[in-house]
Write a protein that binds this ligand. Sequence first.
Ligand code: NDP
Length: 490
Amino acid sequence: MGTKNHLYINGKWTSAFDGGEMPVHNPSTGEEIEVVSAGNHKDAEASITAARMAFDQGKWKEFSANRRAGLLLKLADQIEGHTDEFASIETQNNGKTLRESKFDVAEAVKTFRYYAGLATKPLGETFELDSPMTGKVVREPVGVCAQIIPWNYPLLMASWKLAPALAAGNTCILKPSEMTPLSAIRLFELIDGLDFPPGVVNLLLGFGEAVGQPLAKSPLVDKVAFTGGTVTGKKIMQYAADNLKKVSLELGGKSPNIVFADADFETAVDYAMFAIFNNSGQVCSAGSRLLVEESIYDQFQEAIIERTQRIRVGSGFDASSQMGPLISPQHLSKVQGYITLGEEEGGKVCCGGKRLVENDLKKGNFIEPTIFINVKPEMRIAQEEIFGPVLCLIPFNTEAEAIEIANGTPYGLAAGIFTTDGAKAERVARSIRAGITWINTYEQNFVEAPWGGYKQSGLGRELGTYGLEEYMEVKQIINNLEVEPTGWFD
Ligand code: NDP
């Protein structure tokens, strides 16, 4: 990244119109890693024009599904071939451990391959009509897609957005978070080496208000796909209302992880930790409310505290680290603010709770994995998304009570259920108002399975065939085989 041109618009690297730049930091050390271009509304307009022209007039329309699939497969191979480099960029820019980064790179590769495959598979239907008409349904691309992504999974979110949109034949403008643009820049260097016509895939860097807002408002954009916080998601929907563009939103959560007394104890403890401390808790589907059946509550609490105290927090580059830092000093303050609030509300921190400041850790945004007990379901720490390694333990007595607590927030993204009773697992899964439910596992994402939330956790689904449908219009074609007047007004 030796260049000062970090926007990729109409097939060319360019700097921001007004010369804007922004620093990018390493959350483990606080150091500035890079200064990158930061656009404003003029750059947003340039990228929209490029994507519009490429969709309406360019060669992209002539690319068969097979040819689009070929490009995505090549991109997947290229990403895979640069796995170590991408993992290192992600760990440097986001802070997550190298193990987590490598996992993300592998998932990004799978995503491009999966949608390359789907692009060429049969789509659409035919239906029988009263003679002499025939009917069929075809799928067509939506058009120009603005794709705004957050900082917690920079490369993976880019792939979840770009792969289905390009497979379906759309043109795209990707807007990464201002905090984590580096893996997207590297991804676009690879894209630049492939045969995408100019304007089909564009990279727009800058602050949310400066470039994200004009994308979401523009009447020339047909769809906005957003992943991020619920507050921003609501704004996106309002901006999009101007031209009623299509909207898909993948927002926050306060997901319940329910452990029944008959669960396999060790498995449940293990996944309960993975559910909240993976990626430092900065996960939309994090299992941030752990609902444990009263009869095993004390034993479970003891086991999870004992294991959580052993989690090694440190730089993602240190092979012994199991949990990295939070993304920014501002986000660290927000998470610390919630810990203070939780204590004021009557919750008790029984593990962690403090910023880590020993030696070099003080330069980064490190915080201890934290567990709250004495939590009432209605407390703000049990209702609002903290987006950090903060777990609320809540006891329950009956299946009905567990379901009521689980459903008792404005969110509905994910839920975990741990039990060895198969019928109970199925019953509870069906009673939970959430788009993703896991039985005896947690946080297992599959590109094949739809991802998204009920209630204020979002709109629409990513991944699987559902994710492709979000980037397609449905058209009916009725064909009259007897071409003669109806005579209706004779
Ligand atoms: P945001 O939702 O604000 O950011 C997500 C993306 O939206 C970023 O690319 C951001 O750009 C962009 N954006 C911000 N404001 C606007 C706007 N007005 N118009 C268009 N685009 C915009 O997340 P934050 O980083 O501010 O985090 C806030 C909270 O959101 C977190 O504490 C967490 O609770 C939640 N969150 C949830 C995520 C999830 O996966 N569900 C992911 C990230 C955050 P920029 O970064 O440049 O501002």
